[in-house]
Design a binder for this molecule. Structure first.
Ligand SMILES: Nc1ncnc2c1ncn2[C@@H]1O[C@H](COP(=O)(O)OP(=O)(O)OP(=O)(O)O)[C@@H](O)[C@H]1O
Ligand SMILES: [Mg+2]
Length: 225
């Protein structure tokens, strides 16, 4: 039972409900240690009924292991790797140490991440829930950022939790990110507005091809984590 988090819970409810109805979004929960970020993420996990829930937590001692976070949250949907384009599958297998190192550029791995999330969302809506983003390895963070900027009408919700007291919190440094204001605490919950409508997305996987969807909620307060 969370005390005094009705507003934040409602924002998470909306994120999940929009994803179920085909409007993707990325929500960042950030704040100081102990403020209740993980508790909110657990709430999301428990309420993500009817969704495929993919989780990972950044671990300080593993933050220099490329793609260790990606390996964690894609583990439940590995069976979909054969369904994505071959070069992407090979690149992803290499990145996750499930196949020979492919020597691919990161784009193939990032595109594979997007493809596999989209393929999973074809089966049922997806909730990607990443805690302690400040310690996620940089490669996984970039893959997530790549995906979050390109999900549109894909039934995908991405929920990120991050401390504010650690330098280099990557998502919070996205210049166009805007967040809802927190009223009673230093916990900030808000949608990222870092999106792309780059023309080349037409050649990307299904996740990018179904047309843009407006971000479900926008907030006037500009805050940063
Ligand atoms: N709204 C709340 N109502 C009741 N208990 C809460 C609430 N939010 C957090 N807690 C409790 O406070 C403690 C700290 O919360 P939590 O672990 O979620 O913090 P955190 O922001 O993730 O901290 P850290 O940055 O160290 O990971 C936990 O025991 C949690 O269950
Ligand atoms: Mg926590």
């Amino acid at each position: 039972m969370l005390v005094g988090r009705e507003r934040e819970q409602a924002t998470i409810d909306a994120l999940l409900e929009h994803a179920r109805s085909g409007i993707s979004g990325t929500l960042l929960v950030c704040g100081e240690p102990g403020i209740g970020k993980s508790a909110l993420l657990r709430y999301a996990e428990l309420t993500a009924n009817g969704m495929t829930v993919l989780t990972a937590s950044g671990i300080e001692s593993e933050s220099d292991l490329p793609f260790s976070g990606l390996a964690e949250f894609l583990e439940p949907v590995r069976d979909l790797i054969p369904e994505i384009p071959g070069p992407q599958a090979a690149a992803l297998m290499g990145a996750l140490a499930l196949g020979p190192p492919s020597g691919s550029d990161p784009f193939a791995i990032f595109a594979a991440t997007l493809s596999i999330l989209a393929a999973s969302a074809e089966r049922q809506p997806v909730a990607v829930i990443i805690d302690d983003l400040q310690w996620l390895d940089a490669s996984s963070e970039r893959a997530l950022r790549f995906a979050s900027r390109r999900i549109h009408a894909d039934r995908i919700a991405i929920l990120l939790g991050s401390r504010t007291d650690v330098d280099g919190t990557p998502f919070s440094q996205v210049p166009s990110a805007s967040f809802s204001g927190a009223s009673t605490s230093r916990l900030v919950v808000g949608y990222l507005q870092d999106r792309t409508d780059h023309p080349s997305r037409a050649s990307w996987p299904k996740a990018s091809m179904r047309g843009p969807a407006e971000i479900p909620l926008r907030f006037s307060n500009q805050e940063s984590c």
